[in-house]
Write a protein that binds this ligand. Structure first.
Ligand SMILES: [Zn+2]
Length: 324
């Protein structure tokens, strides 16, 4: 079904409906749509928007949405509505790239977009105008390069009220939660927070492949949030194999000072002291040329080297969560 707005979807409480929203066309006139699944409860309640694949390699959120909408959720027993968009950026997915290939843009840096702008700006505008307007709360799934643990990012934008509501969602989700130390312009979560819509960004494990354990955490965490919001009955359940939520922690990224091959001295979820060696970098002859030291006391949540276990100067090498 092609449509111009979500309101055109016939209301069928207790059922799952699917639709496509036209986003544009390729040079050969092939039309490209964004898929939308809408599950409506039989009783009124909040509307939760779930989004995945803003970045074209982060496919874990697709698996979580698929399992939730087609297996886990019983819409006859749910209050409110779930709007799920498993593929926000079909162009980036099509070439298995983080960025939109046509304009080389990071879709998560152009919100709220522009209806008359570049392709990425138009996707952002469509999400903002058609989907966000319908939603009370948002979960935007991303994935981190492995090895990593499932963690949740919360935003520092917006009013105290919206930040408190986002924090409540993160606590209910149940994974270790971090707030970035710096502000990135144009993120989806930053836009949502700025217009008063509570949002969390779970970072699932493993770009490019489904990771069953991470999907389990994503499904359980989302159901936990829905219980917290009164959409489902019951109490949140702890996530398996995931460092739990304790308090909002600070997110610190470390970049490599020198290129080379990386030997890890710590495992994911390990605690580290400030100044402790977490990795060593070795040159092509096998000689150790640098020690990487933890900048904070905290927990290692990811070693997000993008490809090989090797780095060029300036590559991301580790993420830490630390107490503020
Ligand atoms: Zn991402």
């Amino acid at each position: 079904m092609k449509m111009k707005s979500l309101q055109e979807l016939e209301s069928r409480p207790g059922e799952l409906k699917v639709a496509r929203i036209r986003i544009g066309s390729l040079p050969d006139s092939t039309e490209i749509d964004i898929p939308v699944l809408v599950g409506e409860g039989k009783e009124p309640g909040p509307t939760l928007l779930l989004t995945a694949l803003i970045h074209g390699i982060e496919i874990g959120g697709y698996d979580v949405i698929n399992r939730l909408m087609n297996e886990e959720l019983d819409f006859t027993r749910m209050k409110g509505k779930v709007i799920a968009v498993p593929v926000v950026n079909p162009f980036a997915l099509g070439v298995a790239n983080r960025f939109t290939p046509q304009d080389s843009a990071d879709l998560n840096r152009v919100f709220p977009g522009n209806a008359k702008g570049t392709l990425s700006q138009r996707i952002a505008n469509l999400v903002a105008e058609w989907l966000v307007t319908e939603a009370d709360y948002v979960i935007d799934y991303h994935s981190c390069n492995p090895p990593s643990c499932v963690f949740t990012i919360i935003d520092e934008d917006g009013t105290e009220e919206v930040r408190a509501k986002s924090l409540g969602m993160a606590e209910a989700f149940g994974a270790i939660t971090v707030a970035p130390s710096g502000k990135l312009p144009g993120t989806f979560s930053g836009y949502l927070s700025s217009i008063g819509k509570p949002v969390i960004t779970p970072e699932l494990v493993f770009s490019r492949r489904f990771d069953p354990q991470s999907s389990d955490a994503g499904v359980t965490g989302t159901i936990n949030v829905m219980k917290h919001l009164g959409m489902l009955d019951g109490n949140p359940e702890p996530l398996k194999e995931t460092p739990p939520f304790t308090e909002p922690m600070l997110y610190t990224s470390v970049f490599a000072d020198t290129g080379g091959f990386v030997y890890l001295q710590k495992k994911i979820c390990d605690s580290v002291k400030e100044g402790e060696v977490f990795a060593t970098v070795h040159d092509s002859f096998g000689q150790q040329i640098s020690e990487m030291l933890a900048p904070v006391e905290g927990v290692v949540i990811a070693f997000p080297m993008a490809g090989n276990q090797a780095v060029t100067t300036g590559d991301k090498i580790a993420y830490f969560a630390s107490r503020r």
